[in-house]
Design a protein around this ligand. Sequence first.
Ligand SMILES: Nc1ncnc2c1ncn2[C@@H]1O[C@H](COP(=O)(O)OP(=O)(O)O)[C@@H](O)[C@H]1O
Ligand SMILES: [Mg+2]
Length: 315
Amino acid sequence: MNLSQQLQDNNTLLGQSRRCKIWAVGGGKGGVGKSLVTANTSICLALMGYKVVTVDLDLGGANMHTCLGIPIPEKTLSDYISKKVSNFSDLLVQTPVKNLSIISGAQDELGIANLKQMHKNKILSKLGSLDADYVLLDLGAGTTFNTLDFFISADKGVLVILPEPTSIENTYRFIKSVYHRRLKMIEELLDIQPLINQAMNAKINTPQSTPVDLVKKISELNPEMGQKLRAEIGKFKPQIIINQIRNQQDIDIGFSIQSVCKRYFGIDMDYVGYLDYDSSVWQSVKKRKPLLMEFPNSRLVNNFDRIVHKLLEIN
Ligand SMILES: Nc1ncnc2c1ncn2[C@@H]1O[C@H](COP(=O)(O)OP(=O)(O)O)[C@@H](O)[C@H]1O
Ligand SMILES: [Mg+2]
């Protein structure tokens, strides 16, 4: 692949020339509340009057339709990839919520889980040109390249975390994987592979060194590139949500994760809020109805209101 092609692909991945904003919701683990967050954030935005499309990218475990209270859509992303559906916008299905449509992921893991780069770029560019204000992606669990790439290419990447050691560990693993994948892209974009190798070799005697140390070393070797690299890394700013909180200690976990990531990776994360542990969540899931529509007086309404305002950067 030549450089101009690479730059073009990077621009597609990094969201330049996009009509709508793409927000991706991820997290290292299953069952942490990604679908809950995606569905109800989408509903909040739609109720505020924005045109929203929710895309189920939990490939193989798609259940967003249930979270939004509709049956399995007939046409899914698999049909588009296998060329059974040629028009991307034919995948859109209206939900009972005004302004909110859904694009369903695949019901079968095959094909989609092994999405080729070419397909991924095509889907991204189609998503970016949908007639919508916001496109929300519900990502699957894990750190496959597909998931990482959709997360990286979004305008905002939201991480849902439970205040439990396993979820926190998985979050760090996810951030680390995204960071490395992003660094790889920046390397190609800035063409600084030799410089990175030089910096890595120079630090060979310090096994405890962090990505922050690496960037520092690169800046010493080449201040101009160091600055560019810092600027590119600075664009990576995950938004974190702690779900199922029961006390202040749970809330504070968000701040600890924020400071660890600053120290280790040198990245600034936005702690956009938390969600109470509340029985209305599983009750709405059992009823196959969206939480916010079924329980408009739930505590989570205020939680979501705050989170969405933060994500929209309205204070
Ligand atoms: N804030 C919460 N309070 C109570 N139960 C919750 C909450 N968030 C999630 N759950 C429970 O966890 C389950 C998994 O949530 P889900 O959004 O499907 O996770 P994911 O998409 O990450 O796999 C829900 O069905 C619900 O029973
Ligand atoms: Mg899910």
